[in-house]
Design a protein around this ligand. Structure first.
Ligand code: ADP
Ligand code: MG
Length: 691
């Protein structure tokens, strides 16, 4: 039997060139594609529901006799057909109907219909049901399975997709769609054979648990999610191997520069910083490229660790590139590194997307000529940027970039003669299980110790009805010489609206807090304006800074000890944690006021309560995952994790440890299964993470 992966959809009945083109649009080119094109949801057309038992909101098959059909003149003219089955009366309403239709629904006709039952002006109604008149003589069977509803595109009907999957299923078997999970392995994890799972999901039996299916908790979905996650894991490991096979410059341990740096630093690295620093220093001394992730909570001191890594490359005479996801954060690094490296006689070059014209040309020239330390945004990795002898790439706050960029960057390194070492720093408090999967290609170091003298931030959850009190509190803190942030959150995904709201808040607070110097910073301001405002705030010339979440990462003003976050319910917990990390950086007791807009949902209340109870990023992440449970997808976009077909990293987090073991086993005992799996899930040899 031919493998379905090799059979074009045009082999199916009814598929010509035009349809094949439409199918290609939704990624359906082979019969295997058709089988992996899974339903979004299902309809139950397996039984006829008595009219008397119908409930509003239900999708149901109903059968009855037409008791009357009239054109009624409501707000809009419609055809109203009354259907009776002895248990009650149901109305079918058509706003669009033809004369023939009306005649086909004469009194006494037996009709079977399907649609959503709603309360209407004449009792329960179905608007525009699918229906057919029954002749009465030959009984017509109901559906034997649940009816799949597929993701589709314009001009491609469900009917058509069902016909296609029907034909593909007829050719489905263990040989036509090989199961690359060896039975031994599948048994260990209680996974059913692939063809059974696929068949089930396309045509679930009438007694299938619809709720389980809707939530993605069904065994058949688990089977596929497992395979998909496994493939993802394998692809990252492959990537890792391919990078490891490259040569990187082996950088000897540095002596002189770190000594000078330490002498000027003004504090001693924590134990965790020293430990992680040593792990990195060892990696850098090898000729295999380092691929290391440093995870550390907000304020753990990742930048210092990065600086030590940079010094090792600099002392060896190589270039270092440090990339941050936002211009604000990149600037902050530029300032820090300039301050740290100037006494060592090392200049820092700057490149961001907004740098244009001569300044840009000159930056590019410097970089090509071997400028030792280069700081910037992702502009650093555009094609025109050529490094002379890049040995180390440092990426800060990697979750903002996502895996895509990480891979692109890696590719860029590979383009040259040598592959640079890579150090990725993240404060993303993503649960360990997820980190394990999302970063399977990286070694991980954890900074699990905060520098001494930090005071935990005291967090309060307050309804926005008490806004005036909160404003007074800001005045008090500022009069005591402290500084404060007032954060305006995102409005309906619109940056523009959010910036406007921040402007309004800025005006209101400036008026309410006459005598205090209030500043404003948001994403629509020019970089120079932003930098100027940040600088004034740093210098203490501004006491209150009204901001959007642009200040989320990296901004460091130790004297700021109060933060107000408006509508915190709009943000994910990870983001709230990041924001809150802007305070509690000095020795003064710090406070964070979460000024929510009532009413809060139960989930909303619980989430804010977590923020009040703990400042530990990992605890927050784990609780967040627990609370979200299945269904709520918040996380993926926010953490920049991957998009999957079936799996969901949040929902399926509990599969990950097993997936990781299975990947190991597969690589060891069934290495020949790896490529077929990658081909199946990563179409056209596409690598994970590439768009
Ligand atoms: P993050 O891990 O959030 O990126 P940073 O590197 O920005 O943290 O460090 C936060 C603050 O803590 C900075 O002001 C930094 O100078 C300071 N810091 C870092 N390490 C130490 C240390 N060992 N002792 C005291 N302060 C430190
Ligand atoms: Mg940082």
């Amino acid at each position: 039997m031919t493998e379905l992966a090799a059979v074009s959809v045009t082999a199916l009945k009814g598929v010509g060139a035009a349809l094949a083109e439409k199918l290609a649009k939704v990624g359906l080119e082979t019969l295997q594609d058709v089988l992996f094109h899974l339903p979004l949801r299902y309809q139950d057309r397996t039984r006829i529901v008595p009219i008397g038992a119908l409930r509003p909101g239900q999708d149901a098959v109903v059968e009855g006799i037409v008791a009357g059909a009239d054109v009624v003149m409501g707000r809009r003219r419609s055809l109203l057909v009354r259907l009776q089955d002895g248990s009650g009366t149901l109305s079918l309403r058509f706003y669009h109907f033809s004369q023939a239709q009306k005649e086909g629904l004469k009194r006494g006709t037996q009709v079977r219909c399907y649609g959503e039952v709603r309360p209407g002006s004449s009792g329960l109604e179905i608007y525009h049901p699918e229906y057919r008149a029954l002749s009465g003589s030959e009984p017509i069977a109901v559906e034997q399975t649940l009816t799949p509803i597929y993701p589709t595109t314009e001009g491609l009907t469900q009917q058509r997709l069902r016909q296609l999957s029907e034909q593909a299923l007829a050719r489905l078997g263990p040989h036509s769609l090989p199961d690359w999970l060896p039975r031994e392995l599948a048994d260990d994890y209680q996974l059913s054979p692939l063809d059974q799972a696929i068949r089930y999901l396309h045509r679930p039996p009438p007694d299938a648990d619809l709720e389980e299916l809707a939530e993605g908790r069904h065994w058949a979905q688990h089977r596929l999610a497992f395979e998909e996650l496994l493939t993802h894991q394998l692809s990252l490991q492959r990537l890792r191997e391919s990078v490891r096979a490259q040569q990187a410059p082996a950088l000897p341990l540095a002596k002189k520069l770190p000594r000078q740096y330490l002498a000027n630093l003004g504090f001693t690295p924590t134990g965790a910083q020293q430990r992680v620093g040593a792990e990195i220093a060892y990696d850098l001394s090898q000729s295999e490229p380092m691929l290391r992730l440093v995870q550390g909570d907000v304020g753990a001191g990742k930048t210092v660790v990065a600086a030590f890594a940079a010094l090792q490359a600099l002392e060896a005479g190589y270039q270092v590139a440090l990339m941050a996801p936002t211009e604000i954060l990149a600037e902050q690094h530029f300032i820090n590194f300039s301050k740290w490296l100037a006494p060592l006689g090392i200049e820092v070059a700057w490149l961001a997307g907004k740098l244009k014209g001569k300044a840009r040309a000159s930056a590019l020239e410097q970089i090509a000529a071997g400028a030792p330390m280069v700081v910037g945004t992702h502009a650093l990795f555009q094609d025109e940027v050529r490094f002379a002898k890049l040995a180390l790439v440092i990426i800060d706050e990697q979750h903002r970039f996502g895996v895509q960029q990480r891979l692109a960057l890696r590719q860029k390194g590979i383009g040259g003669r040598m592959c640079p070492h890579q150090l990725i720093m993240t404060a993303t408090p993503i649960p360990r299980t997820l980190a394990m999967s999302a970063y399977a290609d990286l070694d991980t170091s954890i900074l699990d110790e905060l520098p001494p003298g930090r005071t935990p931030v005291n967090t309060l959850v307050i309804a926005d009805g008490r806004r005036l009190e909160v404003v007074e509190r800001v005045r008090l803190a500022c009069n005591e010489g402290r500084q404060a942030y007032w954060v305006c959150t995102l409005i309906e995904e619109s940056e523009e609206l959010t910036c406007q709201a921040a402007e309004t808040t800025f005006e209101d607070l400036s008026a309410a807090l006459g005598g205090l110097n209030v500043g404003l910073i948001h994403g629509r301001m020019k970089p120079a304006e932003k930098a100027a405002v940040m600088d004034q705030f740093k210098q203490g010339q501004l006491q209150l800074l009204v901001a959007t979440t642009v200040i989320e990462v990296g901004v460091d003003v130790p004297n700021a000890s109060l933060m107000i976050i408006e509508n915190p319910e709009r943000l994910g917990l990870a983001q709230l944690h990041q924001l809150r990390g802007r305070v509690g950086r000095g020795s003064a007791a710090s406070h964070c006021l979460l000024l929510y807009h009532p009413p809060l949902s139960q989930l909303g209340r619980e989430r804010l309560a977590i923020m009040r109870e703990t400042c530990d990023g990992f605890v927050i992440a784990e609780k967040d995952l627990e609370l979200r449970g299945p269904g709520e997808m918040l996380g993926t976009r926010q953490t920049g994790l991957l998009q999957f077909k079936v799996a969901d990293l949040m929902r399926d987090a509990d599969l990950l440890p097993a997936v990781r073991d299975a990947a190991q086993a597969l690589l060891e005992h069934w290495p020949q299964h790896v490529s077929p799996l990658l081909e199946r899930w990563l179409r056209h040899g596409q690598q994970y993470g590439q768009v």
